[in-house]
Design a protein around this ligand. Sequence first.
Ligand SMILES: [Zn+2]
Ligand SMILES: [Zn+2]
Length: 293
Amino acid sequence: MGDIPGEAAAALNLANTLSRVGRKREGVDMMRVALDLRKRQVIAAEEALATVMTRETSASASGGRDAASAENNRAAYARRSLAEALRSEAAAKANLGTAVASFDDDAPAGGGNGGGGSGSGSNALDAIELFEDALSSLKKKARVVADAHDVELEIGLLLNLSNVNDNQHPDKVAGRAEAAARRGELADAMAKIPGGGRSLSTECAICLEAMSPFDGECGARVDGDGGGGDIRAKGDGRSITTLSCLHGYHTKCWDKVVGDKHAAACPECRKRQDLAASDARSGAARERVTVHA
Ligand SMILES: [Zn+2]
Ligand SMILES: [Zn+2]
């Protein structure tokens, strides 16, 4: 199949370099190239597996024991290649989603979406779709060959889905509800970590007030203290940002910490959050996980 994986890895490297030097749009385009290559890799691997499977049945039908076991090995190999391709595809979707979510359309002033400044809402929706897509690639992969490694990627994706829905969704109420649901799945996935027993923060360690990570019912109060906000039911309507270390904070509290760039480490565990300098202001600080292919 040529060297599709090699080309895809090179495209991802180039994309990362482009984003690092501030050429974000080209970086995003290059990530799309990488994703297309991964999709081709999946198709090629599916075809290879299908071919082996038909040969396997004819080999066992014709009775030769050795021939059958050789085909068996080939089938196992093909299955592993497909699993690898699907995982890479999931990672490529995750990476593209991450790049899209943090991509500020600095298109000439067009739609000033009033404050917030965390990219346009349609970017957020695109990113959400990519993350969801990545989850389906991962599920498909788990049906081929499952391994413990996948939990990490699944957690990263659910974390991104929680954060983008909560902080960047153009429909705040819908975004909050979706984020709460995704955090529920995140908690389930966290329970799968070997020796795990980790749970999501229910208190913001910056302001020391309570948070409700699974409560999507609260009203769409946009800002901290705005009087007369329509707070429906329980919850306090504050968005949450969960970091890659899985510690969570009120988004406003975390943004204050990120505002001071030297302190862009988790206040609880001191894990540094990987913030490109140019991202720090754009709300892209919302933790997004970059995945290694
Ligand atoms: Zn707080
Ligand atoms: Zn932490």
